[in-house]
Ligand binder design. Structure first.
Ligand code: PEP
Ligand code: MN
Length: 357
């Protein structure tokens, strides 16, 4: 059930309703909207007694939630959630969020080279795995904390926000210390203990669609995170397993408007994993922006043929720059923007490099 507060309800009135819900033995989730706050109730097995809540000051009405997900749906919040990472870096706003970087952090030099290039092309968020979920136990598994330290340097030196994956409950502790956004990978979309742990983090979570997950399964996975109190979740469409073999996965761009109709959470698209083929990344990026995605996640490597993972789908810095230029044009058609190339990035990184010496 949702408790819809009146538009002029005070903070004290909202807290009093939350206290009452907790006294009833449930969990209260106050979610501010543009005109009024809605308070979601979770933890109840049967119907909640509405009368006791409707009698409280500031309460407009109690409404039942028609969907199995109570907190990710648009019923609780009409406006799209904007995840604010500070200094004008937002996911879900009118500016499309571009996350770019290598599949894995391999070395400091490799990572910094890509970071400098993607920042110069206008990206504001950087990706790179320090913990890699690999199909084979013999493949490169990531640099772990050493990789996270390199990512922290990238944030400091290039002003990029860091998106990096936690592959299990244990790794969340360290990933949330170094990263700005915790990525939960496709293989872990239904790792419920990991989802609950991420739900207790103060950092936003990028939740990738499971390899064969339906829309409802993806929404319910996000519900696990929100139900623990973390309301900052970003969905990521990264392709699903189908019979098609001309691509690694089948990128399902139709899920973007489907998610946007049902949920207030932003959704971005990863055409790198979604296609698995370098030459398809730019065309599908154009498509993702045209379809209304809130952002892109792109794998970039200066020497893809030497990459320790996902070289086949990694584009090089010049192609990434071209991608940015193309989506800038497409974004205007759908009423969005893509950040411009910062004029001062080259000089800034040179100055910073000098300072570090
Ligand atoms: C990744 O982003 O590098 C990754 C492993 O993605 P996914 O979980 O979508 O396969
Ligand atoms: Mn990858």
């Amino acid at each position: 059930m949702l408790v819809m507060m009146k538009s002029h309800a005070t903070a004290d009135e909202i807290s009093a309703v939350c206290r009452k819900i907790e006294l009833m033995g449930f969990k209260a989730h106050p979610i501010p909207g543009i005109t009024r706050t809605a308070i979601g109730i979770t933890g109840n097995q049967g119907p909640v007694e509405a009368a006791a809540l409707e009698a409280l000051p500031g309460v407009g009405e109690c409404v039942p939630v028609s969907k199995p997900y109570k907190l990710v749906g648009r019923e609780v919040k009409e406006a799209t959630t904007i995840i604010d990472l500070g200094d004008g870096v937002r996911i879900g706003g009118s500016e499309v969020a571009i996350i770019a970087g290598p599949c894995a952090v391999e070395t400091r030099e490799q990572t910094r080279a890509v970071a400098e290039a993607v920042a110069a092309a206008g990206a504001k968020l950087f990706r790179g795995g320090a913990y890699k979920p690999r199909t084979s136990p013999y493949s490169f598994q990531g640099l772990a904390e050493d990789g996270l330290k390199i990512l922290a340097e990238v944030r400091r030196d290039f002003g990029l926000r860091i998106v990096t994956e936690a592959i299990d409950v244990e790794s969340v502790d360290i990933v949330e210390r170094y990263g700005d956004v915790i990525q939960i990978g496709a293989r872990n979309m239904q790792n419920f203990s990991l989802l609950k742990r991420a739900g207790r983090s103060s950092k936003p979570v990028l939740l990738k669609r499971g390899i064969s997950a339906t829309l409802d399964e993806m929404l319910m996975a996000a519900e696990y995170i929100l139900s623990e109190g973390n309301y900052n979740v970003i969905f990521c469409e990264r392709g699903i397993r189908t019979f098609a073999d001309h691509t690694r996965n089948t990128l399902d761009l139709s899920v973007v408007p489907a998610v946007q109709r049902l949920s207030h959470l932003p959704i971005i698209v990863d055409p790198s994993h979604g296609t698995g083929r370098r030459e398809k990344v730019i065309p599908l990026s154009r498509g993702a922006i045209a379809v209304g995605a809130d952002g892109l996640m792109i794998e970039v490597h200066a020497h893809p043929e030497e990459a320790l993972s996902d070289g086949n789908q990694s584009i090089q810095p010049p192609e990434f720059r071209q991608l940015m230029a193309e989506i800038r044009q497409i974004a205007t058609v759908v009423g969005r923007t893509v950040s411009p190339e910062p004029a001062d990035i080259a000089s800034r990184s040179t100055i910073q490099a000098q300072l570090l010496q």
